[in-house]
Design a protein. Sequence first.
Lengths: 128, 440
Amino acid sequence: MANKNNKNTILIVDDDTNLRTILFDKLTLDGFNVDSAHNGKEGLEKALATHPDLIILDVLMPVMNGWEMLRKLRLDDWGKNAKVTMLTVLEDADAIAQAMEGGSFNYLVKTNEGIADIVDNVKNTLEV
Amino acid sequence: MKKARLKHFILSLFIFGLLFILIQISRSIVQDIFANPSKYFDPNLSITEISYLVFYNSAILISVLLSYTIYLLFGANIRAEASATIKTRALSEAVQQLTDIYESAPVPYLVLDSKANILIPNKAALRFFGVIKEEILGKNLFYYQPKEDGERVEKFISYYNSNLPINREEARMITKNGKIKSVLLFVFHLTDRLHKGHAGLAVIFDITEEQDLAKAKSEFLSLASHQLKTPAATIKWYSDVLLSSDLGELNQKQRGYAQKIYEVNENMIDLVDTLLNVSRTEIGSLPVDIKSTNVPEIIENVLGELSGQILVKQLKISKLYDKEMENLKSDPKLLRIVIQNLLSNAIKYTPARGSVSIKLEESWSNKSITISDTGIGIPPSEQGGIFSKLFRASNTKDLVDVSGTGLGLYLVKSIMETLKGSIDFKSEQNKGSVFTIKFN
């Protein structure tokens, strides 16, 4: 869903302020409409309220972790098909995710990807 | 015992013979006395008195000899019996001592029958399983292992049934309250025929605490590594943005510094990844996913990553690929870690304009990957320890700009064990090294 400026909207959900900031700045620079949340609970509320085109979701977060947010998101009519990119430090989390039936999503390991790779991945996912 | 009896019999015969000869001699003396009494006695004595004297002295002599014979005959037996009693007592004391040692040894011991049912558990064994004697008697030793370890338990049972010793095998055992303990298991066969039915002796070394500690250490390492990855990702992305022209161009010096931050951070990420993998192999949580693995593709991919160094050092890379190796049954992620470590070592420790060769081979018995270099080699005296944790060869100290964690080959070895393969090497100082990994 595109917003009124015809820009793709991205919601970043990550508890680390520095990572959130650099992602926010970079994606904004590259022309996306970016919002952020600092845990799964806040992320879920924002996602269900604003229906972003893509959710970039961390896993290890306080209050509500990424898996829990993903599971709850998939219970929602809009959320069950929402585009999600998991962005985490966990290497072997894809297996966990499948076991948790989180639906389809992208999966990136933070330390393996340069910020340009992440932007490329976002563009591919949004087909822009 | 039989020998002693024979000895007594022969001795008795000898004494009887002696007695017989003595009686014969005394008889001839008596005859001589009666023939010429004046030669021996006062001629005034009457014949009755002489007879009395002769008879009296002979009787004394004979009775002395008889009683000595009797003493020898029966006394020997009594002495033998007495010494046997002493020996039996010493024996039973020794048995008691052994039993005491067995009973109060701090290590669990269990005497087993031919089907590995428990016959005699010692106190430590009862403590280990948290049971009283009656609860464990007659139960099968291998019954005290978790159901999930079925395959391993089957192996132990077949070993036991074929009279093979179980020597220092890692196993898990369940106690009465359901706690699973890690142990080193030894089961030996008893050849002692004194006790019928005693077929085996099990010895259990409880290593639960040691394993828990090692696990806690590895888990801490894993947690710490994950925690380190977030700041590492932060540095990576901020220096990424600085180095891109997104925020405007940096001058040459600024760019150089930002580049240094980026590179050093990449090294740290590698180190953290290695630490994580080490802790995973140690916890045993390294997931193994065996599928069709394209080895040449992995090698090309790793060479691509290392192309910067290859170019700078002008190394000659030669490759010999076997078509079969495009379809090796292995875990591609793990095999990549192995190849990455071996290739990066070969490149790192080979001086400029040297060469590195990669050979993939397939024979009837195994498939192998051989990576050889013309590098600095490993000093002979240090070759025994190259797969141990934190190993660094002494001749790497003088190298400038070569960093190593001392974890690479340790990890490679652990992974090859996980993949049920093997690793070998040959190395000559200042000539080069050859590492070969094999899959069955």
